[in-house]
Design a protein around this ligand. Structure first.
Ligand code: GLN
Length: 497
């Protein structure tokens, strides 16, 4: 039996009922990782020994008749900007190349308590800044559907490892689409929770006011199962909302959908208008699929979308410039600096020249928009746009349960294609995802189909994701809609590797 193919739910079920052991399951995944990593390059660190130890301990617990937890034995990969005690957390940066956190992020602690096994740390754009996983010190991760293409980013390692059957699920972080973009490009499910629903304690900050940790899985049900474990108030993160320690979500035939009336779905026309025709076609047929499932579907408009990217990049870079000030090779660093002396300016300049190009660009632009002469012109304006967008969305959610559109306006592109000449080209692909981060709403990307790229030679086609967005803390409604769509559209398959 190919245990590495199992969903998180199936793996936990099989391990608990002793159909197979957690050790057998983890062994198969480690074999799988060995086989496909040379092609995919999703992992920064494979946690082989500890994962096997954890699996054996779990098997013993089950033999002894003890409760093994909701995610018993399920193997997860963790984005390399989320702290796992004792495992290197590099943020794909030279600045943290030897940083080993002495503590678990709250989300990781909760996963471990639920019986999950951390199989390794996965690749990202440096400090989560990017949409392709190309800006990494560990080299680019490749899209399992076509290894000449990007997997999306910045949680590219998370989505690629799940799509390539190297683990059942993963945790990524989503500041401006970083969970949903790679989920869409790799044809897996990725969820960005409402701001404040999931603890950020132990997530290395990029832009605090925008980001959340979010799960990636191959099914909506698995993503809901991980949410059940990681969501909830955390005393270590005072930006978590008072939702209780463990809100409960479900996705499945016993989900909240039965009590629900007809789902009201709004297709945001601005999201579709800007998309490639191949992508737009799939999104229109996704709307037909939902209509056939008795959803009330119609087109709607979200005018502030046109200002969203400018607002997002201004705020994200401003926060990044402040967050990244702590990396000075004194408190965190890499040691091999060999300074000519310890004069403050030259030492810090030398140390901080070790950031990658993209990170440096953001620190510079971020400092500029916060500088006293330009603060009003850029940062303040960006915040004003943010409030307008929030208001517009709030009023739309009086009429709709979910708003839909493409997650990404284009198909996964070739490695090197977007970063070669103009960084702005890469920023543009985030147009549909940043809205949820600016407003704080939850959003999910669900596989919607495959489309052939304009240039032939892409075999079975490239993944397209459908994005669904809901009102704040309406994750259950969103999961209901996503589950319904997933069941009706039936697009899930596995890449050949
Ligand atoms: N691509 C976006 C950026 O570079 C989003 C990144 C993220 O969500 N971490 O800022």
């Amino acid at each position: 039996m190919e245990l590495f193919r199992l969903s998180a739910g199936q793996a936990a079920g099989g391990i608990k009922s002793r159909e197979f052991s957690a050790e057998e399951y983890v062994c198969q995944l480690l074999e799988r990782i060995k086989k496909v990593e040379p092609k995919v390059n999703a992992f920064v660190t494979v946690n082989s020994e500890e994962a096997l130890e954890q699996a054996r301990a779990l098997d013993k617990k089950i033999r002894d008749g003890q409760d093994a937890g909701a995610l018993a034995g399920v193997a997860l990969s963790i984005k390399d900007n989320i702290c796992v005690k004792g495992l290197r957390t590099t943020c794909a940066s030279k600045m943290l190349e030897s940083y080993v956190p002495p503590y678990d992020a709250t989300v990781v602690r909760r996963l471990k308590q639920a019986g999950a096994i951390i199989i390794g740390k996965v690749n990202l754009d440096e400090f989560a800044m990017g949409s392709t996983t190309e800006f990494s010190r560990h080299g680019p991760t490749r899209n399992p559907w076509d290894i000449s293409r990007v997997p999306g980013g910045s949680s590219g390692g998370s989505a690629a490892s799940v799509a390539a059957l190297e683990c059942a699920a993963s945790l990524g972080s989503d500041t401006g689409g970083s969970v949903r973009c790679p989920a869409s490009f790799c044809s897996v499910v990725g969820l960005k929770p409402t701001y404040g629903l999931v603890s950020r304690y132990g997530l290395v900050s990029y832009a605090n006011s925008l980001e959340q940790v979010g799960p990636v899985g191959r099914t909506v049900e698995d993503v809901a199962a991980v949410m059940n474990v990681i969501a909830g108030t955390d005393e270590h993160d005072h930006t978590t909302a008072a939702v209780g320690a463990r809100p409960v979500y479900s996705a499945g035939h016993d989900g909240g959908r039965q009590q629900q009336q007809q789902l009201r779905v709004g297709l945001v026309k601005e999201f579709v208008e800007g998309a490639d025709s191949a992508v737009a076609k799939i999104i229109h047929s996704a709307m037909d699929t939902l209509a056939k499932q008795d959803c009330r579907c119609e087109e709607t408009s979200l005018g502030a979308v046109k200002y969203a990217l400018a607002s997002y990049y201004t705020i994200a870079m401003a926060e990044a410039s402040s967050n990244l000030a702590r990396y000075d090779n004194v408190r965190y660093g890499f040691d091999d600096l060999n300074p000519e002396g310890y004069e403050w300016n030259s030492y810090f300049a030398k140390a901080r020249s070790n950031f990658g190009e993209e990170v440096k660009r953001r620190i510079i632009v971020g400092s500029y928009v916060l500088s006293s002469g330009y603060y009003g012109k850029y940062y303040l304006k960006a915040q004003q746009v943010r409030s307008i967008l929030r208001k517009e969305l709030k009023s739309l959610f009086k009429h709709y349960d979910v708003l839909i559109g493409p997650t990404m306006p284009i198909l996964p592109f070739k490695i090197g294609e977007k970063i070669e000449d103009d960084p702005l080209k890469m920023y543009l692909v985030d147009i549909d995802t940043v809205v949820a981060n600016l407003a704080g709403n939850p959003a999910i990307s669900v596989p919607a189909g495959f489309a052939a790229a304009a240039a032939a030679g892409d075999g079975g086609g490239l993944p397209v994701g459908l994005q669904m967005m809901a009102d704040e803390f309406q994750e259950q409604k969103m999961l209901d809609a996503a589950f319904l769509f997933e069941g009706a559209a039936k697009v899930q398959r596995s890449p050949e590797l």
